[in-house]
Design a protein around this ligand. Sequence first.
Ligand SMILES: Nc1ncnc2c1ncn2[C@@H]1O[C@H](COP(=O)(O)OP(=O)(O)OP(=O)(O)O)[C@@H](O)[C@H]1O
Length: 211
Amino acid sequence: MRGLVLDDVAITLDARPLVGPLSLDVAPGEVVTVMGPSGSGKSTLLAYVGGFLAKAFAARGRVLVDDLDVTGMPPEKRAVGILFQDDLLFPHLTVGGNLAFGLRAGVREASRRRAIVEEALAQAGLAGFADRDPATLSGGQRARVALLRTLLAEPRALLLDEPFGKLDAALRQDVRAFVFARARDRGLPTLMVTHDAEDARAAGGRVVEVG
Ligand SMILES: Nc1ncnc2c1ncn2[C@@H]1O[C@H](COP(=O)(O)OP(=O)(O)OP(=O)(O)O)[C@@H](O)[C@H]1O
């Protein structure tokens, strides 16, 4: 099936069960929320799906993206995009430079890269921001640029780890709507970790409890 599939995933830490066993199908465009107490393994689960689980953990189970079994693959081969709360933009690059960094390597020609970056900014209401220093952006603008950077790599699934955690309530609503709309437009199956019940409600999909 198209989408993101977790098949009988179980993660242990020091031989003690931490997450799962968990099986879950996330449909294209669906946002499934992962909730649970602090330390219950929410970020660890995302790390497993993204392919960057720390060595301290052991895991079993499979991860499939659009029917492709990515379980043994390194993160860069999985086509899974990730957005963290602390997604810092590179301070030594312009906004456009940050976005070009996310652009997949297949697009080589400089003018084409520039055009893609400018189109992405325009669609996000940030036309003309390409040459700005990231330090001059508001928190909401930075969050949008971080999401655009993730999306320019053309992922086939999206992982969100407390992506709105640092934004105040009004901005949070705004950025959240932006992120969910992009996930839906692109038909990206999305797993979102949050502590915030309002985030879960806004996602409108299923909630999976861990821990
Ligand atoms: N690299 C690591 N090595 C060893 N243990 C780790 C490592 N990273 C996390 N842990 C431990 O694994 C457990 C799960 O951590 P994780 O970050 O997945 O929880 P979480 O549910 O995301 O928590 P929070 O809601 O506080 O972010 C915790 O006990 C944590 O201390």
